[in-house]
Design a protein around this ligand. Structure first.
Ligand SMILES: CC(=O)SCCNC(=O)CCNC(=O)[C@H](O)C(C)(C)COP(=O)(O)OP(=O)(O)OC[C@H]1O[C@@H](n2cnc3c(N)ncnc32)[C@H](O)[C@@H]1OP(=O)(O)O
Ligand SMILES: O=C([O-])CC(=O)C(=O)O
Length: 379
């Protein structure tokens, strides 16, 4: 029998390598992130979401013809079945992530490839789910406000169409570009908790809809994708940069964590947050609301002693301010992360299928042994 003395427990699977990947590389000590070997800094500044997810899904950058065909496939798959719009309507009072999770699950009933786990079918489903997720999120945001959902506009890019379906008008191209970059930065990140959840699901040979449903559920928590929403709540509570130091001191004295700081892998600044930091600052100036960036900058300053200990700003620290400045309701922030991450979950699931092994770790039992069963009327 395993005992505390005989076994080593890897709580939280910290630093445990569970398999190989060719999808993304993270060097947490220096804050470096590559997708399929390409630096996130290049992709964020030179690529588009469509091109980046082609790279992730097909392992190479597309030529013009390949990208056009891929983009056309994404655009052609944005619409939702009426039945799924009804599911969104029925569940409209739930948190947007719960609605997204439920609608993704419901889409499995209408997908021609649902139970086909071949690489080709999984790719097709990943493309469809990426396209459909933005329609789910935008449709729900409108339905819950008593408005009609807006049909996707196939003349617009993925990011631009999302903002169009959310607000009912074609976005400022600068806002669409920001959204596009945000999706690129969220597209893939190795074996993070939600991708691990998706891979565990795939490891039982369940299909992509099951795995993405798992991924959405795991992402929702504030320790993972939910942090951006919490960061913005914190900024709103702080209210003014002059209050930042006292706020953080008070939070820490109660044992609270500063959301948007800390990461299991990054012990240096998350490279994605540097892009979002610059964007949050510039967007704040452009929208005439530079204060939110100033508050976050003040929090980051107070957190410098933590950063020196490896508790640095992560991707969620500035993303919430960007969404807020784009007038996106706070409870939609995690769903936007999920929309960007569907290609990442798809790639992780494809890798799992490609060389599958059931993901089934063990727990060390520390409870009582061989307890005598007493019938209920004798207890
Ligand atoms: C997209 C993403 O998922 S990025 C992460 C988003 N989540 C957040 O921003 C939430 C806030 N951050 C956190 O809760 C954590 O940093 C996590 C969950 C992300 C990572 O946690 P872990 O790798 O498990 O680190 P762990 O929880 O063991 O923390 C290590 C130490 O750093 C401290 N620490 C970690 N994060 C923070 C933080 N945000 N604020 C203050 N202290 C922190 C912990 O209190 C702990 O200190 P101790 O050793 O004195 O007890
Ligand atoms: O890698 C992680 O643990 C969390 C994260 O940053 C992500 O999923 O983008």
């Amino acid at each position: 029998m395993a005992t505390e003395q005989k076994v080593q427990i890897h709580r939280g699977l910290r630093d445990v390598l569970i398999d190989r990947t060719r999808s993304s590389f993270i060097d947490g000590d220096v804050g470096k992130l590559l997708y399929r070997g390409y630096n996130i800094d290049d992709l964020a500044t030179k690529s588009t979401f469509e091109e980046t997810i082609y790279l992730l899904l097909y392992s190479e950058l597309p030529n013009r013809e390949q990208l056009d065909a891929f983009d056309a496939e994404l655009r052609a798959n944005r619409a939702l079945p009426e039945e799924v719009l009804s599911v969104i309507s029925i569940t409209q009072k739930s948190h947007p992530m719960d609605v997204l999770r439920t609608a993704v699950s419901a889409l499995s009933a209408f997908d021609p490839d649902t139970e086909d786990n071949s690489a080709e079918a999984t790719l097709r489903k990943g493309i469809r789910l990426t396209a459909q997720a933005s329609t789910i999120v935008a449709a729900h945001a409108r339905i819950r406000e008593g408005k009609q959902p807006i049909a996707p506009n196939s003349s617009l890019s993925h990011a631009s169409n999302f903002l169009y379906m959310l607000f009912g008008e074609e976005p400022d191209p600068r806002d669409a570009k920001l959204m596009d970059k945000d999706f690129i930065l969220h597209a893939e990140h190795g074996i993070n908790a939600s991708s691990f959840g998706a891979r565990v699901t795939a490891s039982t040979q369940a299909d992509l809809h099951c795995a993405v449903t798992t991924g959405v559920g795991v992402l929702k928590g504030p320790s993972h994708g939910g942090a951006a929403e919490e960061v913005m709540k914190m900024a709103l509570e702080i209210g003014d940069e002059s209050n930042a130091a006292a706020y953080v001191a008070d939070l820490r004295s109660k044992g609270g964590r500063v959301m948007g700081f800390g990461h299991r892998v990054y012990k240096a600044v998350d490279p994605r947050s540097i892009h979002l930091m610059d964007d949050a600052r510039d967007l704040g100036v452009r929208k005439g609301q530079p204060g939110w960036y100033s508050i976050l900058e003040a929090v980051a300053k107070v957190m410098e002693p933590y950063s020196r200990r490896g508790i640095c700003q992560n991707v969620d620290f500035f993303s919430g301010a960007i969404y807020y400045l784009l007038d996106i309701p706070e409870d939609l922030f995690i769903s936007i992360f999920a929309m960007g991450r569907i290609p990442g979950w798809t790639v992780q699931v494809m890798e799992q299928f490609d060389n599958n092994i059931l993901l089934r770790p063990r727990l060390l039992y520390v409870g009582e042994m061989d307890v005598e069963y007493v019938p209920i009327d004798q207890r």
